[in-house]
Design a protein around this ligand. Sequence first.
Ligand SMILES: [Zn+2]
Length: 317
Amino acid sequence: MKLLFNTVHQPGQIEIYNASVLDKVKLESIVNDQGEKNSAREEVFTSEFKKLYNLQVTKGRGAIANYEYFIEQLIEGNLPCLFFIPEAVSPVRKEIEGIAVKFASLETSKDIVEFAKKYGLLGVLGPFSRTTDYGFTVFEPIYWWEHYISQIKKLIKLYKMLKKKHKNQNIDIIGELLNYKEGNGVGTFEWNKGGKIPFYLKEEELSDEEFEHLDEIAGAHILTLLVRERLKGAINVDFSDIIKCESSNIGFRIKEVYSTDYLLGAIYYDLWQLISNDVEVLFCKYCGRTFTKSGRKKYCNDSCKSMAYKQRKKGGK
Ligand SMILES: [Zn+2]
């Protein structure tokens, strides 16, 4: 089903700053701006921002127990964050088809800012919990973005490996992408480049045949679980059109769609769509970025193609 993505983020309203700018906001909210004006502050933060910032902190307490402390840590480390600085909040609807592959291909902070200017902030209050705490945000540390980009990349890899495995290609998901550990009859999984996976299985419950196909079984379960956990709380059933229709028993035909207010939810939904629609995703042979297959393209763009050509020529000499 089609997903409508509703956002309020406008391209000109997304900026990257180091977290120390938040210090001013914090001070300001404590002092409560007693008529005292600071032009530098006023330039960066609008009153709309301050209102929404307080909203994020209030909601964020549900995701990170001590949100104020978390912000202090950000400020202390002076970590780069994306900011949404609105004048007034006005909703827009964005097309999201193909967004998961685009998101997975982001590498530098510059890529991330460019993407955020187009689609807005992720809409998550904290990065590393098993279920996602979705909420309206005005700032998000870049490292959250890097975390989710690497997650989507791993899931695309896993999807590609499951496809190859199904075509009987010789490939080991456990070993190449996942680590499997067994203890007291319980098998646990990790990404082999680090990162826990909240999935386990009891070996005694597996038949011999299932155990032989542990690779695919675990792979399919992990793929499903990790997508499912991120869709939770993000996707709603919605109605887009109400059309007069005599033959309908209520006189109207109502078109059903899914909708979300959260970019990360839209990205995971798009990932699931590409898996269900069997879209072919490739990793560029030169730079490793993801792109959607079209024709016989092996590189994400012409510059990678010519760089790879130069490299081959050099190597051939
Ligand atoms: Zn490339």
